[in-house]
Write a protein that binds this ligand. Structure first.
Ligand SMILES: Nc1ncnc2c1ncn2[C@@H]1O[C@H](COP(=O)(O)OP(=O)(O)OP(=O)(O)O)[C@@H](O)[C@H]1O
Ligand SMILES: [Mg+2]
Length: 400
């Protein structure tokens, strides 16, 4: 074996392992092309702009680039520019000093500092205000930045990945997006095609989501018929992989763990209106009552699974009094068992039943404590994304 083939083999393994760890499923030609580019750009520090419709997997692709880079043991920080109010965008990204504005009771690191040594993923980059774009460009050019209300110049070593489902070139021509930043971010562009253009991925995705969902919820799910899969191939999935995932989970719940055939799929697909092969002029929507019920079922299911996970996580730590949720039409009542082995009860007050939030805060605190403040490790211990962890730390004002 030549050195070259050996290196290639190691790289292939790394790609496979990353895909497995991230649960990045699919082997369509289109996705393989995307993964080839991922492999090429990952080891470099080049900025990558990931484009594609909503729900196509842009964030997963960004994660894959990070995982396959030399930064993988450092943080991967996700910032959703579309979700941050414009007024606090600068302080979120660049941090602020104590007293910088009303409410700034302590100095705080921004996302750039939190991502130092790692990767910052700027989602919905098209939503970033123009003034922030200027500062972002300066950082990308290797220049220093100053926290809001501060005077000390700081420098960070951050690789930036960005994503958008908007046409940025169009935003540039309208003056909503800076041209210089656009070219800077666009050094490499990865376009993730919509699911309807890579239908080959659908069967594997369906199987993956069904397996994961039924395992998590302890459902003995016998699977889909071939006709069911064919019906799913027939649909255009305007919400892409995210919609497919939600659909699979909903249909498993609604069909109560029975084998799912084509009829069932067609019954649950949104009113037949967006079929690839039909030109129905009038969209027929499901009644809102029906949608609400499906949503409720799913939420109950997920809640139940989360409770089960939480219970496993806190066995020996908490006393859980026997309680029953009102089981609104739900066949399996959700019960919290009594956990009797109490090693070090944390919330033991008879009159105070811990709320989910209190328990969550406590668990997150413990994970951070145990990981020595390492967010990546703590997130892995809690089986949540780092992004969620950062959000929770903020939400619960945890001192990390
Ligand atoms: N190839 C894939 N394999 C497994 N899961 C996938 C794949 N692509 C997407 N998903 C799942 O679909 C959902 C949406 O993916 P993701 O958040 O990455 O999409 P997005 O392109 O960032 O969407 P948006 O533009 O709305 O932010 C997630 O739950 C993700 O895990
Ligand atoms: Mg996204």
């Amino acid at each position: 074996m030549t050195l070259e083939t050996l290196v290639k083999r190691i790289e292939d393994n790394k790609l496979e392992e990353t895909r497995r760890n991230l649960g990045l499923v699919g082997s369509s030609h289109a996705l393989e092309q995307v993964m080839k580019t991922v492999e090429l750009v990952a080891p470099t520090d080049i900025s990558v702009l990931i484009t594609g419709e909503s729900g196509t997997g842009k964030e997963l692709i960004a994660q894959a680039i990070h995982e396959m880079s030399k930064r993988s043991s450092n943080p991967f920080v996700v910032v959703n520019a579309g979700a941050i109010p414009e007024g606090i965008m600068e302080s979120e990204l660049f941090g602020h000093e104590k007293g910088a504005f009303t409410g700034a009771v302590a100095a705080r690191k921004g996302y750039f500092e939190l991502a130092d040594g790692g990767t910052l993923f700027l989602d919905e980059i098209g939503e970033m205000p123009l003034e922030t774009q200027v500062r972002l460009l300066r950082i990308l050019e290797g220049r220093e930045f100053i926290r809001v209300g501060g005077s000390v110049s700081r420098k960070v070593d951050v690789r930036v990945l960005a994503a958008t489902n908007r046409d940025l070139a169009d935003a540039v021509s309208r003056g909503d997006f800076r041209e210089d930043l656009y070219y800077r971010l666009n050094a490499v562009k990865i376009y993730v095609p919509p699911l309807r253009e890579r239908q080959d991925d659908i069967p594997a995705l369906v199987e993956y989501f069904a397996e994961r969902f039924s395992r998590k919820n302890k459902i003995n799910f016998p699977g889909f018929t071939q006709d069911a899969i064919l019906s799913m191939l027939d649909y255009a999935w305007p919400g892409n992989v995210r919609e497919l995932k939600n659909f699979v989970e909903t249909v498993i719940v609604m069909e109560k763990g029975q084998r799912i055939d084509g009829d069932a799929v067609r019954r649950h697909l949104p009113g037949n209106q967006i079929r690839m092969d039909s030109h129905l002029p009038v969209p027929v929507h499901k009644s809102s009552e029906e949608l609400e019920r499906e949503f409720l079922y799913r939420t109950l299911f997920e809640l139940k699974a989360e409770m089960a996970q939480l219970r496993e996580a806190v066995v020996g730590k908490y006393i859980m009094p026997q309680r029953r949720l009102p089981a609104a039409g739900f066949t399996e009542p959700a019960t919290y068992d009594v956990v009797s082995s109490v090693a070090e009860p944390v919330i033991e007050d008879e009159d105070h039943f811990p709320t989910l939030q209190e328990m969550e805060r406590e668990l997150i605190y413990r994970a951070l404590e145990r990981s020595g403040g390492n967010k990546r490790k703590a997130a892995a211990m809690l089986a949540i994304s780092e992004r969620t962890l950062y959000r929770k730390i903020k939400e619960y004002a945890l001192p990390f």
